[in-house]
Design a protein around this ligand. Structure first.
Ligand code: HEC
Length: 488
């Protein structure tokens, strides 16, 4: 049997076009494999690993931003006594690494594609090996004198972007303790700006009257605003509506990080403009709640002009979604042709509860590159921002291919009911398949300048820049080099 399958497979291999050879990937939740390492492979002894010397620094770097008093995590992981009871669970949750349920929640698959991301607090192979060896040896404390000083966290209500220069406040809204989900328009917030300014960072937070210790252990119990999409634009003469071109802003979703725009691509908040909070989704959380949103904004200096402002295309498919019940490894595919040279700034996979993974690849000529694959957990909304010198630089004509992986079996704990067929839609029981990340388009000259910078860092002709298919193309190499040397 095995033999005939193999020969049938070989026959298929010989007759099908190359495209069909793309490696299948088992993304089913049931087959998620934790990553276990042997500390000996790192030249260390298992029994030498202690909380004081090895584990506390990992927790400070990658966990305590949430697992601290007043943080977003369900328990505090600051002292040895707080951490010790959780040791086995910590070992397991960190070993899940890039799959649903992993801690810390940064689901980037590091064994493929681009690996340089802003604010990457994920764990290294050595971190995992140390945690596992430590737990297997009874999680010893070691010498307390060696523990790093406790981190001091400021009030959790502070802005992660630092003190904003402008704070805009939405109108008040409220939700009854029990009620249906609500979709609607929260209205306009005039910015009061008297000149055009470019935004460097923006952070949105919900302020509500839920007591800090009253959450039920999930973010759903701490907030009522699930998400809101918003735009901005100049106000009409009567101030009642937005006129002319609108600028769209990254979505606000509960638990989402602040947005920091790249140096070259600040986003316009115009004179006499307003934010327009168009599509909001609220849900009841078990107690009558009054709330409003605050938008904390920091600007680039007065007079700043962005080098790049045009946005690249959206990828994904919001409409033709057909999610089968009780089935793992369902795949969605979407293809978008880039009509301009494009730099991808951020990748933000967006699926709904069945989502388990998303990949983005670039097809250019006969080259097909995986840019990135990330695990997906619908409890988290993660945006992966590329380091500037590693961001994909794609020539016009590239086809961006996004692949979503879904699992509607009972193995997926995020599903409401594995028996239901589901189509596309905005409700969480419906489905989505889009990349909410963003990109900028580049002129020919900008594209060459960006590549010249990359080329200068490449060791030789054999160096490889995963996201930049033309970085080593000979005709571009000479152009880019002469541009870099100012000989153009
Ligand atoms: C961005 C915030 C954040 C970071 C960073 C973070 N956690 Fe968590 N952690 C959470 C939240 C929220 C939950 C509960 C929801 C869930 O399980 O996904 C959680 C759950 C857990 C759990 C499971 C608790 C249980 O009841 O079973 C463990 C264990 C854990 N985290 C350990 C860690 C460790 C270890 C790190 C660092 C290596 C870390 N976390 C980093 C927010 C965070």
């Amino acid at each position: 049997m095995l033999k005939s399958v193999t020969s049938l497979f070989t026959a298929v291999l010989l007759t099908l076009p190359v495209v069909a050879l793309a490696q299948p990937h088992d993304a089913s939740v049931a087959n998620h494999q934790p990553h276990y390492y042997d500390i000996a492979d790192f030249g260390m002894q298992g029994d030498s690993i202690t909380f004081a010397d090895h584990i506390a620094p990992i927790l400070q770097r990658s966990c305590q931003s949430c697992h601290r008093p007043g943080g977003g995590g369900p328990m505090v992981l600051m002292t040895y006594d707080q951490v010790r009871p959780w040791a086995p669970v910590i070992s397991y949750r960190t070993a899940i690494r890039d799959r649903m349920g992993a801690m810390p929640p940064f689901f980037l698959e590091k064994n493929i594609g681009i690996t340089e991301f802003v604010n990457d607090y994920s764990l290294t192979d050595l971190d995992l090996a140390m945690i596992q060896a430590w737990v297997n040896n009874g999680a010893p404390r070691g010498n307390p004198d060696n523990e790093p000083p406790q981190l001091v966290f400021s009030d959790s209500n502070e802005w992660s972007i630092g003190e904003p220069e402008l704070v805009l406040r939405s109108r008040d809204f409220s939700r009854p303790a029990v009620g249906p989900d609500w979709w609607g328009d929260i209205g306009l917030i005039p910015t009061g700006l008297t000149e055009d300014r470019y935004v460097q960072s923006i952070e949105v937070r919900e302020v509500n009257d839920i007591p800090p210790d009253a959450g039920n252990g999930t973010v759903g119990g701490r907030y009522v605003m699930h998400h809101v999409t918003y735009t901005s634009g100049r106000l009409s003469a009567d101030g009642n509506e937005i006129e002319g071109e609108e600028v769209s802003w990254p979505i606000h979703e509960v638990g989402r990080n602040a947005d920091i725009f790249p140096e070259k691509a600040g986003r316009l908040l115009a004179a006499n403009s307003a934010l327009s909070l168009g599509a909001a989704h609220m849900h009841s959380n078990g107690r009558d709640t009054n709330a409003y949103l605050e938008f904390g904004i920091k600007f680039f200096p007065v007079g700043y002009q962005p080098q790049y402002s045009d946005r690249g295309p959206r990828t994904g498919n919001g409409i033709d979604i057909d999610v089968l019940p009780n089935k793992a490894n369902q795949e969605f595919h979407n293809y978008v042709v880039l009509y301009e040279h494009t730099k991808i700034i951020a990748f933000e996979p967006h699926l709904h509860a069945p989502g388990v993974r998303m990949c983005m690849e670039a097809i250019w000529g006969h080259n097909q590159f995986t840019l990135n694959c990330v695990g997906y957990d619908h409890n988290w909304v993660k945006q992966y921002v590329y380091e500037d010198d590693a961001a994909p630089l794609l020539p016009k004509g590239t086809i961006l291919h996004t692949i979503g992986y879904l699992d509607t079996t009972t193995a997926n704990p995020n599903l409401a009911d594995p028996r239901n067929w589901a189509g596309g839609g905005r409700r969480s029981v419906s489905n989505m398949f889009i990349d909410l990340g963003y990109s900028v388009t580049l002129t020919e000259e900008q594209f060459r300048e960006e590549m010249a910078v990359r080329r200068a860092k490449m060791r030789d002709r054999n160096a490889y820049d995963v996201g930049c298919p033309m970085c080593w193309a000979p005709e571009y190499m000479s152009d880019a080099q002469s541009l870099a040397q100012g000989n153009d």
